[in-house]
Design a protein around this ligand. Sequence first.
Ligand code: NAP
Ligand code: GDD
Length: 375
Amino acid sequence: MAREKTALITGVTGQDGSYLSELLLSKGYRVFGVQRRASLPNTARVDHLYENTENSRFSMLYGDLSDSSNLSRILATVRPDEIYNLGAQSHVGVSFDTPEYTANVNALGPLRLLEIIRHLDFPVRYYQASSSEMFGKVLETPQKETTPFNPQSPYAASKVFAFNVTKLYRTGYDLFASNGILFNHESPRRGLNFVTRKITLGLARVKLGLQPSLHLGNLDAKRDWGASQDYVEAIWRILQHNQPDDFVIATGENHTVRAFAEEAARHLGMDIEWKGSGVNETGVDRKSGKTVIEVDARYFRPNEVDTLLGDSSKARKLLGWKPKITFKKLAELMVAEDLTYAEREAELHSRIVYQPKAAGYGQNIPQRKTRRNKN
Ligand code: NAP
Ligand code: GDD
């Protein structure tokens, strides 16, 4: 009987970490995830794996990519066959506010892991979560493995460092270390402050009267959006390939933020008409006449990546991978989940009873009318 493979996933509590855990468990792996300590629970995306007793093959360990000694102990204890380094400060906008932290986790984190792996007494296959953001202000379209990088943010610069050390440890120390250069991929589990999820949840909340409108930044940015569920399959295939290598993973189609918003709105029964321009542009629902989207300069970035479009022919040919979920289907799936989420929130709101003024407090418990993500 074949030996059960063991995988270690950093970033297991994130979007990709949760889908990848499900995929590996379905393939019979023993899966260990690295979880950061947080003051509130951060395991919502993987709680169902714990709760399912059949998944006694899923465990979590506390750790952090900024802490070498702890990573070293985890690797020595788990002795994984495969390491998927998905952990990162993954928000491009936030990286302008936290550049040093972003570099520590995203650039030095992979270096720490690779240094530890280099000294292990057993073989390990290492996956680095590299990003299309490294192409930045693109020097060629579409972008493929040979396209030069031109990073435009501390996040992208940190990922270029990680990409390079992964390659360097492969060539210099003969490690099985591969990069997946993944273009944007989304899902109902996407973090709330990435633009697609912000749109699907925001418009669902607007529809139900939970917030007056949705505030967005650059509506004209174009991204090659795929689905996380499809992309974790590519991540796994990259480590099963007969040799370590670098692969672009993309759909080969791109759309503007504006187009994603129109598509999401359509699934909510809204029909967006754009009015005005620049920071004065608004999206008005033709059916209700309500302004549902407003441009807000707070969401502009110091440097913008205007357009990304990937050419994943190498992965399609060598790994036999191709995406299944289309742009339209992705928007539909995300809206459906977020409408349910917003309906639950509306139900909770309807149950909140205003408290009479309590002595010593002098304030009614406020009903929160709006929720604005910082990014
Ligand atoms: P995500 O949802 O933001 O998840 C990031 C994960 O990293 C979370 O589990 C987070 O933990 C963890 N993390 C953050 N700081 C850490 C630290 N100091 N030590 C250990 N873990 C830490 O991101 P994702 O969308 O799943 O993306 C996964 C990876 O792929 C990231 O490296 C991202 O940069 C890269 N990537 C993503 C895309 C995309 O479009 N999604 C495209 C290309 C590359 P908490 O849950 O505690 O925050
Ligand atoms: N987040 C956000 N919020 N982005 C907005 C907004 C807004 O209100 N309005 C417009 N945008 C624009 C951004 O300026 C950017 O051009 C585009 O929407 C996509 O932004 P994000 O969804 O935040 O993703 P990203 O492309 O910056 O980064 C994601 O993809 C990378 C791969 O290319 C992240 O997942 C990175 O971790 C990943 O590496």
